[in-house]
Design a protein around this ligand. Structure first.
Ligand SMILES: [Zn+2]
Length: 233
């Protein structure tokens, strides 16, 4: 086989390996993004549960303050009832006010109690979620580390292949290399054998004359249809 064909096949082998590894790099980057997205989502879920809890706690504090204020008002009304010099009509009005405020307090205390129960349940849920997230964070970190290690290994491998490729390319005559590079912009396999009288690239017939020229090993011969560089298998 023509020495140039041997070199071109070696070059093509390196190019195909590089292209496979580049696809692997892209795949790994997608995997990493997926892990990061999942991690962000799980962090956001815990954050939103924490915010929900904090908002309920604020709400609960405000409710308790309102109950205290109402309670003070009732005491004030009672003081007026006991010690104030007021008319019977005013006393009746005060008693009604006190009864109303007591009902409101009772309703508010029921609400506050329900809220406290919800706060306790949510606090427990948050605690569980935080523990679970901590475990998931370890898994996310381990996954990212593994992906990064694979990315580093793959990049090193690509650099090594590119160095080897440079060495091989340097041994190929310039015009042949240019032709190969041009074909490579169109095909993943610029150098193909003919099999059963057909070009292995485009699968179309190769003329007897072309086959003879390939076999003679005197020149670089290309497929008449797709222009790939041909060699005898
Ligand atoms: Zn062809």
């Amino acid at each position: 086989m023509d020495e140039r064909i041997v070199l071109l096949l070696a070059l093509q082998g390196k190019d195909q390996q590089c292209s496979d590894l580049s696809a692997r790099v892209e795949d790994l980057k997608v995997q990493r993004l997926r892990v990061e997205r999942k991690r962000s989502e799980e962090r956001a879920t815990v954050d939103s549960l924490r915010q929900h809890l904090e908002s309920m706690q604020r709400d609960s504090r405000l409710k308790n303050l309102s109950v205290d204020e109402l309670d003070l008002k009732i005491r004030d009304y009672q003081k007026q009832l006991e010690h104030g010099i007021i008319s019977f009509k005013e006393m009746e009005a005060l008693r009604t006010k006190i009864a109303n405020q007591r009902r409101r307090i009772s309703d508010m205390e029921d609400d506050a109690l329900l809220l406290m129960e919800e706060i306790e349940a949510t606090a427990q849920r948050l605690e569980d979620a935080v523990v679970e997230l901590a475990q998931r964070e370890e898994k996310f970190a381990a996954d990212c580390e593994e992906i990064d290690a694979q990315l580093a290994r793959t990049s090193e491998e690509i650099t090594r292949l590119e160095d080897e490729r440079t060495g091989i390319a340097a041994a190929i005559p310039a015009h042949t290399l240019t032709r190969y590079e041009h074909l490579r912009t169109k095909f993943a396999d610029p150098v193909v054998p003919f099999v059963d009288g057909s070009c292995f690239g485009c699968k179309l017939n190769v003329s007897e004359i072309v086959i003879e020229r390939v076999r003679s090993d005197l020149e670089i011969v290309t497929c008449e249809t797709c222009s790939r560089i041909l060699y005898a298998p």
